[in-house]
Design a protein. Sequence first.
Length: 315
Amino acid sequence: MSYKDSSLKVFSLNSNPKLAEEIAANIGVELGKSSVTKFSDGEIQINIEESIRGCDVYVVQSTCEPGNLHIMELLIMIDALKRASAKSINIVIPYYGYARQDRKARAREPITAKLIADLLQVAGTTRVITLDLHAPQIQGFFDIPVDQLVGVPILSSYWRKKDFEDVVVVSPDHGGVTRARQLAERLKAPIAIIDKRRPRPNVAEVMNIVGNIEGRTAILIDDIIDTAGTITLGANALIENGAKEVYACCTHPVLSGPAIERIENSPIKELVVTNSIPLSEEKKIDKLTQLSVAPLISEAIIRVHERKTVSILFD
């Protein structure tokens, strides 16, 4: 199947080419021809190897590790597209790096999420399509349209097929309650919250569970799993407080440092993630299941291109 409008172009950079290929295939277009090379001193050079004059261009690039390199690739690509007379430059960022630096938590700290937004806009971005921003208010850092897609429908569809009995959806902290409630509503399950407190500096966390989890199958949900400390401590606390078994899910599998070892050694029976971030071979453990966000993103791209509503995808 080929898409009817040849003015829609999809390009990929180096962060997640497999996802970009899947998105292009779902839309029914071939990936745009471009090359990313480096000079001997490490400077990036990008060449667009086909005409994009007057086209609506969509560039797929997660700003995951190495985040600084992927951000620089993206900025240079945007400049190249602008100078090649693209009609619109739409940046598809499945994982928006630096999103956790969204406010000043201490004196003299930067708000790096705002800096990245400024850089993307100044470079020439027309629109951003992203997935589960760590802090939803980051949309307000931009003065251009931002479509934030959500991963909960993809995750909930997977869990429904499992047909668990006595499920409880658990937020690993107070900040994730809204996300947990969204999943719980789809699974028609109650929610629980892990209340983390640090009684004094350098003392191990005391964890209390708010909600009934005894004898139930618990599903922990978060937006990002980085070092997996929070999610594995939460899983241990759930088992210690009487949960029958523990599963976990997230949209963005950063999985840095000791994450894989912690998950392997934890009581989590299965961790379900999306492919917003590609996984290296050593991270593809038996406990981990990866779901594709390509159908969701490709549908969003088509809807944006055809000037249709995107909000229907949130359901």
